[in-house]
Structures are given as structure tokens and as C-alpha cells.
Design a protein around this ligand. Structure first.
Ligand code: G3P
Length: 230
């Protein structure tokens, strides 16, 4: 499962883009509001950091069909072809998805909470649907089950739409949607750290260091090879 980063924080984007295998960055109005300031400059900086080949998902803020179409096209001209337009699911959202996808734009239909919504979004031509896993878990529903249902629906209908699972509070939820068939997930910085961290990994690495030091001191393999080649 491919992983995207769900933040607009420039330091986090620089860090994860350097060290982690992220496929892109996703934003929404809440995420952009958290950073504040000049939001257009911020989006352009994100594009500069991740480069032109990675996906940058940006959600529309207009509400009327014609204005959303103008906004979507302006975003793609500003931020490049690998900009994916996020549209909240709903009647206008479906109309926008049909129109943008028929013109070759990539669309993520977001705020998906049911398999039925995902099915309609896919039929409208969505590139991705973004089911909100934790928001379902928080209302005693089953976010992972929702992703599983969508994966089954898309498999049966041979849909080309991909699942971009979103809204995670735990690393376990991310793992579970990977197991249940999501092709992509977008993950906050804190959950991303938790996907990698493990205390037993830390103690294992400490053990390697201690054993090496005991046997060979501070000399590294590279230094030993260089010595031999002299
Ligand atoms: O990508 C959508 C996501 O940002 C929503 O997450 O944590 O606000 O439920 P959250």
C-alpha cells in the first residue's frame, strides 16, 4: 500500500519526503488552516519540496459547480499536472467529478463514510475515494470494515478507482486497511512516526552496536576495507 503524508507543515513534509517513501501530500481546508499565512505560497512551497512527480491533493473551497471547476483548473495550472483535486462527496461533488474526470483531471472524492458513497464516486469517474477510517471508529462504526466493503465493491465492478484511506488515529488502523485492500493511505505525521517506531528494533540496534564495539572497537567495516585496499 502506498503512503501519502496528510499535512501542510513544511518541516514535516521536508523530513518525511527525505527519509520516508512517501508518494505525495494531501491537504484539506482544516490542514491548511492549521498552518495559516499565505496559503497559495504554502501550496507552492509544498510542490517545490516534493517535486513535480509526486501527487499533491488539494481540496476545493468553492461550493457552486461552475466556481469549483474554475478553482480546480486554477489549482492544476498553479501546482502542476500531478495535482489531484479533492472534492467532498455529495451531489455537486459527483457532478464535478464527472466533469473533471472527463476532461482528464485527477479527482479524489473525500469525506467518504459508506460503501454506497464510494460506489457513486467511482461511477462518476473518481481517481481516488478517501474513506475516513477514524471518524467512523469514533462513532462506534467500523472504519476498516468500510474500507473492506469498498475494496470488494471495486473488485466486483472492476473499478479503476483507488482507495486512498484517510483519517487515522492509530498505526494499527493503517495496517488493517493495507490488509483489507486499500491501495493507498494518507497518514498524519504522528501516525507516520508510529508506523516505523518499535522499542525492540531500538534495543536490537543497540545490541548490534555493543557487540561490534566489544569485538572490533570503533573501527567500521568501511574503514577495515579501506585499510585492506591500501
Ligand atoms: O485526509 C483527510 C483527513 O485529514 C481527515 O482526518 O484526522 O481530520 O479525521 P481527520
Amino acid at each position: 500500500m502506498k503512503i501519502l503524508l496528510d499535512t501542510a507543515n513544511l518541516e514535516d513534509i521536508k523530513y518525511f519526503n527525505t527519509y520516508y517513501p512517501i508518494e505525495g501530500v494531501t491537504t484539506n481546508p482544516t490542514i491548511l488552516s492549521a498552518e495559516g499565512g499565505d496559503v497559495i505560497a504554502l501550496l507552492m512551497q509544498i510542490r517545490e519540496i516534493i517535486g513535480k512527480d509526486k501527487e499533491l491533493h488539494v481540496q476545493v473551497t468553492e461550493e457552486d459547480f461552475d466556481r469549483i471547476m474554475l478553482e480546480a483548473k486554477a489549482l492544476v495550472s498553479l501546482l502542476g499536472n500531478n495535482t489531484v483535486i479533492k472534492v467532498p462527496v455529495g451531489d455537486v461533488g459527483l457532478k464535478v467529478t464527472k466533469a473533471l474526470s472527463s476532461e482528464g483531471y485527477k479527482v479524489t472524492v473525500t469525506a467518504i463514510l459508506t460503501g454506497a458513497q464510494a460506489m457513486l464516486a467511482s461511477n462518476a469517474g473518481a481517481t481516488y475515494v478517501a474513506p475516513y477510517v477514524s471518524r467512523l471508529e469514533n462513532i462506534c462504526d467500523d472504519g476498516v470494515r468500510c474500507v473492506k466493503d469498498i475494496a470488494k465493491i471495486f473488485e466486483v465492478s472492476k473499478s479503476n478507482t483507488k482507495i486512498l484511506a484517510a483519517s487515522f488515529k492509530t498505526a494499527r488502523e493503517v495496517l488493517d486497511v493495507a490488509i483489507e485492500g486499500a491501495q493507498c493511505a494518507t497518514v498524519s505525521s504522528s501516525v507516520m512516526h508510529r508506523l516505523l517506531a518499535h522499542t525492540t528494533t531500538d534495543t536490537s540496534i543497540e545490541g548490534f552496536k555493543k557487540d561490534w564495539l566489544g569485538a572490533f572497537g570503533n573501527t567500521t567495516l568501511l574503514e577495515l576495507i579501506n585499510l585492506r585496499n591500501k
